[in-house]
Design a protein around this ligand. Structure first.
Ligand SMILES: [Zn+2]
Length: 384
């Protein structure tokens, strides 16, 4: 495990999953580094299997599935929940929700404009009012994790379009206020959709790299124990954390606007993919936990039990049971959103790493993934 961490910390190979004792790591290695990498693994006695012989082929396969896939409006009259959507489409959807449900105190706010000039938009649902607790949800920090904005969109659909007391409906917006950022990193998200950069993870900021590499890993850029672990100062690295904590537009928005939420949220969820695990803080180093860690674990265990029950009848690629794990026990990485939220006093803080078997899952997986994630969120909202 130590050898694997040392390889990961060099930041030259893209660790899709970090792996932990008793589990596996998924690592993308460039073709011209394959032999050297295999020799390095062998020298440490690390065994491996090949998950995707060609990542390019894997992306191509899923691209063809997406092209052939026809979205359905079965879940929402306004959007096809079972397709991946562009930033503009997701923003149009939340604008539509704000218009349609204005009487529920639903509105959008344009938070700022990205490096490439895209608006960062949040959806706010304050139907419950100032006496009720607040929930913060961010999605799409990592550009390539498309399941994240998709599941977030499904959650918005559930909260607003399925409001009521009939079968399959819910009234959570009476109990909680919601502050939702469905596309945290629009520049990176759009770049990952251009047909040639499916594995793009960072934003698209010009960091002054002499090699012409762009982008900062926004989930290493938050200003709490910034740069302590899990980062690389090589600008081209996929875990480049920026030149100082919170120096990126996207992270800075969260850090400055957070104070505008009327009361510190009781729950924050940062949606990521993939690892079949709910991570809880702290992630910057092992052995550091919020004071209420036993409650964090208990709520998490209940949520993943409901999540796992949701897919109990389902089988196939990418379907397996989730667990709960401390973020640093998975892989110490500083500057992530969850550590920052916990440092600001959010009580329950989770980073779900959703289903795989890579960050590129076909659109047919969006609804099942969303349903299991909704089961987990429901458990938390029912229990807190
Ligand atoms: Zn991620």
């Amino acid at each position: 495990m130590k050898a694997l961490r040392e390889i990961e910390n060099r930041g030259e190979h893209d660790f899709w999953r970090s792996g932990k004792v008793g589990s596996q790591a998924d690592i993308m290695v460039h073709a011209n580094q394959k032999e050297a990498f295999e020799a390095e693994l062998a020298s440490h006695g690390i065994t491996y299997t090949v998950l995707f012989p060609s990542v390019h082929e894997h992306f191509e396969e899923n691209r063809k599935i997406r092209e052939a896939h026809v979205g359905s409006n079965k879940w929402s009259p306004y959007i096809t929940i079972d397709e991946y959507h562009s930033t503009d489409e997701i923003h149009a959807y939340i604008e539509q929700m704000a218009t349609t449900y204005a009487s529920f105190n639903v509105r959008t706010i344009d938070l700022d404009v990205t490096y490439e000039g895209r608006v960062i938009k949040s959806l706010i649902i304050e139907n419950a009012g100032p006496t009720k607790p607040n929930i913060l949800i961010d999605a799409g920090i990592h550009a390539r994790e498309w399941l994240s904005p998709a599941v977030c969109t499904y959650w918005i659909n559930q909260l607003l379009e399925n409001y009521g007391t009939g079968p399959g409906q819910n009234t959570y917006i009476d109990d909680y206020n919601f502050y939702i950022l469905p596309v945290f990193n629009p520049d990176g998200y759009e770049f990952s959709q251009d047909g040639t950069h499916r594995d793009w993870r960072k934003n698209r900021a010009d960091t002054g790299s002499v090699s012409g590499c762009y982008g900062v890993d926004l989930n290493r850029n938050f200003d709490y124990h910034w740069h302590d672990s899990g980062v690389s100062d090589v600008h081209c690295s996929y875990v480049y954390p920026g030149s100082s904590g919170g120096d990126q537009i996207e992270t800075n928005i969260m850090e400055t606007r957070f104070a505008n939420i009327p009361a510190t949220p009781i729950l924050s969820i940062s949606l990521h993919a993939y690892d079949w695990n709910f991570l809880y803080p702290f992630g910057y180093a092992t052995g550091h936990y919020p004071s209420i860690v036993s409650e964090l674990i208990a709520l998490c265990n209940g949520a993943v039990a409901d999540l796992n029950a949701e897919h109990a009848d389902e089988s196939g690629v990418g379907v397996r049971d989730f667990g709960c794990i401390n973020a640093a026990d998975l892989y110490p990485a500083a500057g992530a959103s969850d550590d920052w939220y916990a440092s600001q006093g959010v009580r329950y803080v989770y980073t779900p790493e959703m289903r795989g078997p890579s960050f590129d899952v076909p659109p047919t997986q969006i609804v099942p993934a969303s349903e299991e994630m909704w089961a987990a969120l429901k458990y938390m909202m029912d229990t807190m």
